[in-house]
Design a protein around this ligand. Structure first.
Ligand code: DC
Length: 214
């Protein structure tokens, strides 16, 4: 079974995907980490994230980098969003994601274009959203817990900028696949959102079994 989970930043899609993978015993890939690794490499090599050639040159990185917690910073997230606009960068990362999605064991992947580009025939597609204010508040609380300096308005502005870039790029923009189930987490606790995601996956797979009995 392939489960594709897409959605904007801080929607809860990462936590939901990880828990779906655990619940259904499937391997999990956070595809945002690949773009973050490119952003991180570009920063270390030097170069302009908005320049296609510089960004492509940063697509060669050691797989061990994906385990580096520094990839999770806001700065690297912003660079990831900028490098992900370039079609050459997306092309350089596509096979790795498709190979993961179509491995025999099945998989859960989360990102922006999983249901539309990476695994368009996934068994289940979830599009996880939440209001921009709720997402900014989650990020605010998270950063405060980590002891980082925080300003709600700056975080909200950053989220809106990232959303606009991810949604409006020409190649593989952030959008729900036509056959995706929407999961709005604005008013849900993370536990409730996970429970709802499991219900959606079970409903999708059982309706498919009813239509197509073995
Ligand atoms: O999910 P994330 O915040 O780690 O993603 C960081 C950036 O990477 C995001 O703003 C856009 C890009 N990205 C993408 O373009 N396609 C994906 N499948 C995953 C992430």
């Amino acid at each position: 079974m392939i489960i594709a989970v897409d959605g904007p930043t801080a929607s809860g899609k990462g936590t939901i995907s990880k828990q779906l993978a655990k619940h259904f015993s499937l391997p999990f890939l956070d595809t945002g980490l690949l773009y973050r690794a490119v952003g991180w490499t570009l920063r270390n090599q030097g170069g302009d994230a908005d320049d296609a050639a510089d960004a492509l040159a940063a697509c060669v990185f050691d797989g061990a980098l994906l385990d580096n917690p520094a990839l999770r910073s806001e700065v690297v997230g912003g660079l990831a969003s900028r490098v992900s606009v370039h079609p050459d960068v997306r092309r350089a990362l596509i096979n790795r994601q498709k190979d993961f999605a179509y491995q025999p064991a099945g998989a859960v992947l989360d990102g922006r274009d999983i249901g539309t580009v990476i695994a368009p025939d996934a068994d289940v597609k979830l599009f996880v959203t939440a209001s921009s204010e709720a997402r900014a508040m989650r990020r605010f609380e998270e950063m405060k817990r980590r002891g980082e300096p925080v300003n709600f308005d700056d975080i909200l502005a950053d989220i809106l900028k990232r959303d606009a870039r991810d949604k409006n790029r020409v190649t593989a923009p952030l959008k729900p696949a036509e056959d995706a189930d929407l999961l709005d987490t604005t008013d849900l606790t993370i536990d409730a959102a996970i429970r709802q995601a499991i219900v959606l996956v079970n409903a999708k797979t059982s309706s498919r079994r009813d239509k197509d009995p073995a």
